[in-house]
Design a protein around this ligand. Structure first.
Ligand code: ADP
Ligand code: MG
Length: 428
């Protein structure tokens, strides 16, 4: 099979690495890819949102499956366009991607179908929202409706701050139309988890639960980022809790979409808050998470290709379960100085060759470029280093030992990835 993957981050490198092990894969292409991906796939320099160009390329190369990584092309309708051309593509149609691209759409869908989530109000007029904020107590959460690259949700502890955020979003339009309409929702205390499932629009096939680390600095300080590390599985999520998440959230949401006429195929990502052993949805994403996909796929034993194809073909019930390697998996993201605001670029990366043949370690690339035999940084998140181990203690030691082999000017990473699993876990 000839497969095209869209995207150029650690998630896409992990997907391509996993696909490259599938015996039915004959050729892999990636738009735009990165330095690491270029060793496993043909990287094509093209705009990921140039749908016409992508279709022309896919026809010319006889691509038999397209796998969409990030949300951008989903929001632009890449899936709808490829389906029209009869080219199989993994990902939800534009209408389904609204579950990520519009938080109001997602919340109202959950409300109609009784999917557990924080209670909320939607606002389309600044004055109405302003009056409402005056009437409620902190803490509460203000969320921009549209895509804001992970910067549109604000947990508010101080009334003045809430008013300032509201004005910035709805009046100053700091995120343009994405923040013109907002949600104000109840603050939910608890522990966060990422829960991703494959789906063909009818049934779901869940991946292992994982935990992301959004803030830039140790102990969850500093600004939010795309994610500074992740681990899987989550020790305190047992099979009863998994069943609950599958029933009350994942399956219910897929059925809700289907009842409303949306054929949602691809990955559904639930950003959850676990509170007193009960799961609530903070948000949905219409794709696999990054970095979560990196440790999850490194631990996956099953061939991924039949699963992706079953999602696209509406035959996911033919796959009973995913097999996993034993133990746990921890991923540390290595970023550039200045990330997330203004990451430095163009620094030479040293030490990667030392990690090439380690059985329990893999380095997925994100913002890298290969020039000759050398790798250079080309973005904010540069690498994701993942290690597996029998226990969290073991995996954490291995991953940080691996990170210490890597060197570039201004490299930054969190030193506490996985610590929460150690503290709460019985596996560590
Ligand atoms: N209702 C809530 N209660 C407590 N914390 C929340 C709530 N909603 C969001 N958060 C916090 O804000 C972060 C970002 O919110 P989220 O809905 O995931 O939006 P986005 O990822 O688009 O920024 C969450 O990861 C969580 O830490
Ligand atoms: Mg989120």
């Amino acid at each position: 099979m000839k497969i095209l993957v869209l995207g150029g981050g650690g998630r896409e490198h992990a997907l391509i690495w996993k696909l490259s092990q599938s015996k039915n894969v004959k050729a892999l292409y990636c738009v735009p890819g990165n330095g690491g991906i270029s060793e496993m796939a043909d990287c094509i320099e093209m705009d990921i949102n140039d749908i016409r160009g992508l279709i022309d390329f896919s026809k010319k190369e006889h691509i038999e499956l397209v796998v969409v990584g990030p949300e951008g092309p989903l929001a632009s309708g890449v899936v709808d366009a490829f389906e029209k051309e009869g080219i199989p593509i993994f990902g939800p149609p534009k209408k389904g991607a609204q579950i990520e691209t519009s938080k109001i759409f997602a919340k109202e869908l959950m409300d109609r179908h009784k999917v557990p989530t924080a209670s909320f109000k939607t606002f389309f007029k600044y004055n109405d929202a302003q009056t409402y904020l005056k009437s409620i107590q902190t803490p509460y959460v203000i969320k921009a409706d549209g895509l804001c690259a992970g910067k549109g949700a604000y947990v508010i502890f101080d009334k003045q701050e809430g008013e300032d955020v509201l004005r910035a979003l709805m009046v100053e339009l700091i995120y343009g139309n994405a923040g013109k309409n907002v949600i104000v929702e109840h603050f939910l205390p608890g522990v966060e988890a990422s829960y991703i499932a494959f789906t063909d629009g009818i049934s779901i096939l869940p991946l292992l639960a994982s935990q992301d680390h959004k803030p830039l600095l140790d102990d969850d300080r500093g600004p939010n980022t795309g994610g500074m590390g992740a681990y899987t599985p989550i020790p305190f999520i047992n099979s009863a809790m998994e069943r609950d998440i599958n029933d009350s959230i994942m399956n219910r949401t897929i059925h809700a979409l289907s009842n409303e006429g949306i054929d949602y195929k691809g990955a559904l990502y639930g950003g959850l808050m676990l509170r007193n052993n009960e799961p609530y949805v903070l948000e949905f994403n219409a794709r696999l998470g990054d970095p979560e996909t990196q440790p999850i796929l490194f631990k996956m034993e099953s061939d991924i290709l039949p699963i992706l194809l079953a999602c696209v073909e509406g035959k996911l019930d033919s796959i009973k379960k995913i097999e996993w390697k034993s133990g746990v998996s921890v991923c540390v993201v290595v970023a550039s100085r200045g990330y997330p605001d203004k990451p430095e670029k163009g620094k030479i990366i040293k030490g990667l060759e030392k990690l090439k043949n380690e059985k329990d370690i893999i380095v997925f690339h994100a913002g890298t470029k290969k020039v000759g035999n050398d790798y250079y940084t080309s973005g904010g998140r540069v690498l994701g280093v993942t290690a597996t181990g029998e226990t969290f203690k073991d995996a954490i030691n291995k991953v940080y030992e691996a990170v210490s082999c890597i060197e570039f000017d201004g490299m930054h990473y969190r030193k506490d990835i996985g610590r929460k699993a150690l503290n709460t876990g019985n596996r560590g």
